[in-house]
Design a protein. Structure first.
Length: 89
């Protein structure tokens, strides 16, 4: 191979590497900016005013009443007696 051929092949390889590097950086930037960025919670600063007091009285949760829903009583299941075996069988 002549010196001119070696320089031409080297230059071609260098151009491919350079374009690949630039294209890779561009593609990475494109895909990174297209992805949904995670939401960052805003930093909360303590307020100068005290926490406001509730304006209504707290409501007590109702307690279950015994009279509200009586549980139904199920009739007792009586088993039928099995007949005694007959002596002839």
């Amino acid at each position: 191979m002549t010196r001119r051929t070696v320089i031409r092949v080297g230059s071609t390889i260098t151009v491919f590497i350079l374009f690949g590097l630039i294209g890779g950086i561009f593609l990475n930037t494109l895909l990174t900016s297209a992805a949904n960025s995670p939401l960052v919670a805003p930093v909360s600063t303590p307020s100068l005013e005290p926490t406001p007091e509730p304006t209504t009285d707290p409501v007590v949760a109702p307690t279950p009443s015994e009279d509200a829903t009586p549980t139904p009583t199920l009739p007792a299941v009586v088993a039928t007696p099995t007949p005694a075996p007959t002596p002839g069988a």
